[in-house]
Design a protein around this ligand. Structure first.
Ligand SMILES: CC(C)(COP(=O)(O)OP(=O)(O)OC[C@H]1O[C@@H](n2cnc3c(N)ncnc32)[C@H](O)[C@@H]1OP(=O)(O)O)[C@@H](O)C(=O)NCCC(=O)NCCS
Length: 310
């Protein structure tokens, strides 16, 4: 390890410098562009639900790298590295290694027995390491991490009027209305019913993502209901403005076209916000998103883990 590197915990007053560092150090432009939201979600907003620590790597007085790590809110034995990058001008000189080792010590101190280089829902920037961050894959292996799962996003093209992702929803909504189903934008007053629906139908994992979507700037949620009963929802923007999800349709209502309508309503919002494409994050059913929005599998992520003290 490079002896000149010092790692220290970052405090909130360093936020502008940390955002600037990630803006120039995340090599993929779609990530660099969302550096402010990534820092806000993973450092500030995530801290409401779980322990979060941000570390800075300094060479002299200069901040040359940063890392945000956290402990799972569900399982305190699991620590996560949520965000890490080193300034391109300072790579291969031990800053990444120093940050990762310091994060491992910090997470162990918080009770973690294992560290994952993976998304820690509900607040995550990526499901794992995008395979195009190849130096990060190399660093993970060099530092003793083992590849665990694979995950992927799908991209919905919002860049032109005729895109299948922007197909009108009027006809499908009229058909649903004929069966007593209303589709509309969710508002703050809908949150309790939405949360109850998501918990009851899919387990408890989406509370925070719903709260981070409904009525928040740069985010949103649409729902379908019949006689005041929620039948499905789709949300976007809770972690990153360009990311879509989660969504869910009641099993009894599957196949009625509700899911496609909810999906495309969200994508339409995202386009209206000026986004050229949307990332359907950490997917599930490829044929559904391909059929409903012409989305294609694009970003692929490897997830890594390492047992501490081993
Ligand atoms: C991943 C990253 C943080 C590594 O930072 P770094 O300061 O260059 O890492 P280190 O110098 O401590 O390297 C540690 C080890 O990782 C491996 N490694 C790092 N970069 C590598 C590369 N380009 N090729 C091969 N191995 C590499 C090496 O084994 C290295 O040890 P060595 O230099 O003694 O051989 C940096 O490349 C980066 O910021 N990338 C862009 C952002 C990113 O990918 N973030 C994670 C995904 S979200």
């Amino acid at each position: 390890m490079d002896a000149e590197i010092i790692v220290a915990e970052l405090t909130a007053d360093r936020t502008p410098a940390v955002v600037e560092l990630f803006r120039r150090s995340l090599d993929l432009p779609e990530d660099a562009a969302e550096a402010p939201e990534l820092v806000d979600t993973l450092w500030t907003r995530a801290a409401v639900d779980r322990p979060v620590v941000a570390l800075g790597a300094y060479r002299g007085a200069e901040l040359v790298g940063a890392l945000v790590c956290s402990v799972s809110a569900q399982d305190p034995r699991l620590g996560y590295v949520d965000l890490v990058a080193v300034d391109p001008a300072h790579r291969r000189r031990g800053a990444g290694r120093a940050l990762l080792s310091s994060a491992e010590r910090t997470l162990a101190g918080l009770g973690a027995a294992e560290v994952l280089l993976a998304g820690n829902p509900p607040h995550y920037g990526w499901p794992g390491i995008d395979v195009r961050y190849t130096p990060a894959l190399c660093a993970a292996l060099a530092l003793g991490y083992q590849q665990d799962r694979t995950a992927w996003n799908m991209t919905a093209d919002l860049s032109y009027d005729g895109s299948p992702a922007l197909r009108p929803t009027d006809a499908a909504e009229a058909r649903l209305a004929g069966r007593g189903v209303t589709v509309r934008r969710a508002e703050a007053a809908d949150l309790p019913a939405l949360t109850e629906f998501a918990r009851g139908t899919f387990g408890g994992a989406w509370d925070a993502e719903l709260a981070g979507s409904v009525g928040r700037e740069g985010a949103g949620c649409h729902l379908a209901e019949r006689d005041g009963e929620v039948l499905g929802f789709a949300a976007y923007g809770s972690s990153r403005p360009s990311w879509f999800g989660p969504m869910g349709t009641a099993p009894a209502a599957e196949g009625s076209g509700i899911g496609g309508v909810l999906l495309r309503r969200c994508l339409r919002d995202q386009r209206a916000a000026g986004l050229p494409s949307a990332q359907i994050g950490w997917v599930g059913p490829i044929p559904f998103y391909s059929g409903s929005a012409g989305a294609r599998v694009e970003r692929v992520f490897f997830l890594y883990r390492r047992t501490l003290g081993g």
